[in-house]
Design a protein around this ligand. Structure first.
Ligand code: GDP
Length: 194
């Protein structure tokens, strides 16, 4: 399977900007530099669609991408970037809380680093999805940087740290080699009921 058309629709800096047209929305979240933009680009097979390698945490908005006129990828601000002021961080926190509580989020796509134990911020993020009863797919990105023999242990550690059950899909992914891309597309298709 494949997605063929991807369009940037708009950015939202507050709840007034949320898209409310009834199409499913997949909220992509992750620590700055985890490869969130790269994962989005790998899904839509475009190199510069979501911006890669921009100054981490620079864009404190939700960026909406419409995929095949069927669903939105909502690209949320990357978290855990120390140079952002507390006022900015608080604003993003409120923006995310508003968005999660809005009932507009069909699915969370949480990107973590396949090499490492999830950070405290990653755990907080997952707790946010749980608190709002939002289904999640976890994408452990940069799996190409792990030895294949390390992956099962790393994935188990991620599952344990985020405290998610076997019902929550967890893919070891690579935005570089496109490892597990097909599995992610199938998970999105299924979870968004496309
Ligand atoms: P974002 O801040 O989360 O949007 O992260 P980016 O997509 O900008 O990626 C951050 C850096 O990680 C860039 O240098 C990417 O080329 C690199 N990167 C992203 N995904 C992968 C991956 O799966 N494997 C490897 N080896 N590098 C990656």
């Amino acid at each position: 399977m494949d997605f063929t058309k991807a369009e940037f629709i708009r950015s939202a800096a507050s709840r007034e900007g949320f898209i409310r047209d009834g199409l499913p929305q997949a909220a992509f979240v992750g620590r700055s530099n985890v490869g969130k933009s790269s994962v989005i680009n790998s899904i839509v097979r475009r190199r510069d669609f979501a911006r890669v390698g921009s100054r981490p945490g620079k864009t404190g908005q939700i960026n909406y991408f419409l995929i095949d006129k069927k669903f939105y990828i909502a690209d949320l601000p990357g978290y855990g970037y120390a140079e952002v002021s507390k006022a900015e961080r608080d604003r993003w926190g409120r923006l995310m809380e508003d968005y999660f509580a809005s009932g507009l989020v069909t699915l969370g796509v949480q990107i973590v680093d396949a090499r490492h134990k999830p950070t405290a911020d990653d755990v907080t993020m997952m707790d946010c999805f749980k608190a709002n009863a939002i289904d999640v797919v976890v994408v452990a990105n940069k799996a190409d940087k792990c030895r294949p023999s390390e992956l099962p242990g790393n994935v188990a550690r991620i599952r344990e740290t985020l405290d998610i059950s076997e019902d929550t899909p967890l893919l070891s992914y690579s935005a570089v080699t496109h490892k597990d891309r097909e599995a992610l597309l199938i998970a999105l298709d299924w979870a968004l009921d496309l």
